[in-house]
Design a protein around this ligand. Structure first.
Ligand code: ZN
Length: 242
């Protein structure tokens, strides 16, 4: 499977305390544990040529992971539309944490994707709602993150096709933390944990879920559906034959 891990890669470059958590960037940590599954994994960042995204690159990608936060607005619409259209044709996509506000995610879901949030030292317990789903395979009924940014409802998303996980925080909030969608021919998974200041992507259960998600959202086939004008063809007796 060919996977592209895209990261905005600004917090890690600009803030020493974030760089301590992810010295080579969040994308490299995610790419490493996906490579351990035998996938062909590339990385791309906002400051790369063409922001790391072209149609050719996406045509050669089965699953795209996307992490962004402070620079969503620097992703040009043309790039976001390329991602949206690739998903509609069948590319799988996994949107991570603050990528809830990324342009590709919002353009695919069609809502504001706003949510409530605060950073106040909460811990989080993630509860598995669908224990038989391939994405939650290998996870016990719940797992614990000692530190995570609090996200709270209302999360302004369309009702997920399947809700796989709910996060509950020590401060009392709950949040739809694992949401699955189909858009066009593509599958989309949104996963809430992953604030840049915490070592969330090193947590074994988080890695298990994201490795499972890569396999689950991978396309069986990519098909660009067009809208041709189909003319009736009739035989000599007037029956439609094509
Ligand atoms: Zn965050």
């Amino acid at each position: 499977m060919k996977i592209l891990v895209w990261n905005e890669y600004r917090h890690e470059k600009q803030e020493e305390k974030i760089r301590k958590v992810y010295p080579k960037g969040i994308h490299e940590v995610i790419a490493d544990f996906l490579r351990a599954d035998g996938h062909e994994v590339r990385t791309a960042t906002l400051d790369d040529e063409n922001h790391g995204i072209t149609k050719e690159i996406l045509d050669d990608t089965d699953v795209l992971f996307w992490w962004g936060h402070m620079a969503h607005g620097e992703v040009p619409d043309e790039v976001a539309y390329l991602v949206r259209d690739a998903v509609l044709d069948g590319m799988g996509a996994v949107f991570l944490h603050s990528a809830h506000h990324s342009k590709p995610f919002r353009y695919l879901l069609g809502t504001s994707c706003n949510l409530c949030w605060r950073e106040s030292g909460d811990s989080e317990r993630l509860w598995v709602i669908e224990p038989s789903h391939p994405i939650t395979r290998g996870i016990d009924r719940s797992f614990f993150l000692p530190e995570e940014e609090t996200y709270g409802e209302p999360f302004v998303i369309p009702t997920p096709d399947k809700l796989l996980l709910i996060g509950s925080y020590s401060g009392g909030e709950v949040f739809r933390s694992g949401c699955l969608y189909e858009r066009g021919n593509g599958k989309i998974f949104y996963f809430q944990p992953g604030h840049e200041a915490f070592p969330t992507y090193y947590v074994p259960e988080v890695q298990t879920i994201l490795r499972n998600a890569a396999k689950f959202v991978a396309p069986t086939e990519k098909i660009h559906v067009t809208c041709p004008h189909v003319r009736h063809v009739t035989d000599t007796e007037g029956y439609v034959i094509g």
